[in-house]
Design a protein around this ligand. Structure first.
Ligand SMILES: [Zn+2]
Ligand SMILES: [Zn+2]
Length: 188
């Protein structure tokens, strides 16, 4: 099971779209958790943005029993020290990832709000970040959700469906995890 949790408020329709994209891409059931508190110390006043690493740390302790991954969703504009912003961040091969809706909103860029555009971008970005937690790295296929997005033109050129190569890697990664779980379970 994959878990999705808003940190603070996030629109239900967007969360639903993200959950649908995740379920289709990873072929796992998805459960929405009650909203978590935002990590207050994530705010970086000198930048007016929020630290995505602090969000990941806050999520780490909140992975519910039975969930293989936890995706946090925030309206805050996230950043890391070396980049002016990030759409999201994941623990590569880890259990948690976060997606920011802030810059996925057309209105952030002075355009008219478009809930369907926001929902599509958020779904693609959710698959991208959780893909990293399953060990996927950036893909060169520009239509694959695992390709790198520098800007919204890149993001809007992607679909939420992993390309054949990434889907194959995903299957292998999940098979390895299942084998490991079985092996560990067999120990006396
Ligand atoms: Zn990435
Ligand atoms: Zn790919």
């Amino acid at each position: 099971m994959l878990a999705v949790a808003p940190l603070g408020a996030a629109p239900g329709a967007v969360l639903t779209a993200m959950e649908g994209a995740l379920q289709a891409a990873f072929r796992l059931p998805v459960r929405r958790l009650p909203a978590l508190d935002e990590p207050a110390r994530a705010f970086a006043p000198q930048r007016g943005q929020w630290s995505s690493v602090a969000f990941l740390e806050a999520l780490l302790g909140r992975v519910p029993p039975g969930a293989v991954r936890l995706l946090g969703v925030t309206e805050r504009d996230l950043c890391v020290p070396v980049l002016s912003f990030v759409y999201g961040q994941a623990q590569l091969g880890g259990k948690v990832a976060v997606v920011s809706l802030a810059r996925l909103r057309p209105e952030f860029h002075g355009l008219k709000a478009a809930p369907d555009v926001l929902a599509r971008r958020a779904g693609t970005e959710a698959v991208h970040e959780l893909g990293h937690t399953f060990g996927l790295v950036h893909c060169l296929d520009r239509s694959c959700p695992m390709s790198l997005s520098i800007d919204l033109v890149d993001l809007d050129g992607k679909t939420a469906t992993p390309c054949v190569a990434c889907a194959t890697l995903l299957d292998e990664s999940r098979e390895m995890q299942r084998t490991r779980a079985r092996t560990e379970g067999d120990r006396p």
